[in-house]
Design a protein around this ligand. Structure first.
Ligand code: FES
Ligand code: FES
Length: 175
């Protein structure tokens, strides 16, 4: 009997050109605008946004993926910008809190946060709002328990949680 045909190794992967460690020029599409930026490959998306592109809406809370203050969207999905390398976002759509309003018109979630008094110091708020909008799109807001579960990656030191949930319910119920 002949031996089964088992591949002796994994299929070869496309070899990408090596880049870095010195700074490399990349283009990020942020809030619909192409922005060229020079970064070392180790630089996080959060640092690229805040320190190179002057978009300081996303906040640095823990810088280690535990607080959610840095939440932005990449290709429409929420990600922690402190745990995402900027260089991996080339050719993808990055959306930050600065891209949510339409000119002078606030996004419905931004208005609801104001209406429901859903912040105190405001430090966590940009991340909360980016997560809250994504949460509704994901369909994870059927009740307060589900909202709390799917917002659990966004910490609020001021404990504005009941008001944050009220803001999310407000937008959900108006849709
Ligand atoms: S700063 Fe990114 S999770 Fe805290
Ligand atoms: S409003 Fe202060 S940390 Fe959330």
């Amino acid at each position: 009997m002949s031996a089964p045909d088992i591949p002796s190794r994994a299929p070869a992967r496309a070899v990408l050109p090596e880049r870095g460690p010195e700074p490399v020029r990349i283009t990020l599409t942020v809030n619909g605008v192409d922005r060229a930026v020079e970064v070392e490959p180790r630089v996080s998306l959060l640092d690229a946004l805040r320190e190179r592109l002057d978009l300081t809406g996303a906040k640095k809370g823990c810088d280690q993926g535990t607080c959610g203050a840095c939440t932005v969207w990449v290709d429409g999905r929420r990600v922690l910008a402190c745990l995402t390398l900027a260089i991996t976002c080339e050719g993808r759509e990055v959306t930050t809190i600065e891209g949510l309003a339409e000119g002078d018109e606030l996004h419905a979630m931004q208005s609801a946060f104001i209406e429901q008094d859903a912040f105190q110091c405001g430090y966590c708020t940009p991340g909360q709002i980016m997560s809250a909008v994504a949460l509704l799109k994901e369909g994870h807001a059927s009740d307060d328990r589900e909202i709390a579960e799917w917002m659990s990656g966004n910490i609020c030191r001021c404990a504005a949680y009941p008001h944050i949930r009220a803001a999310i319910r407000t937008v959900r119920d108006r849709a």
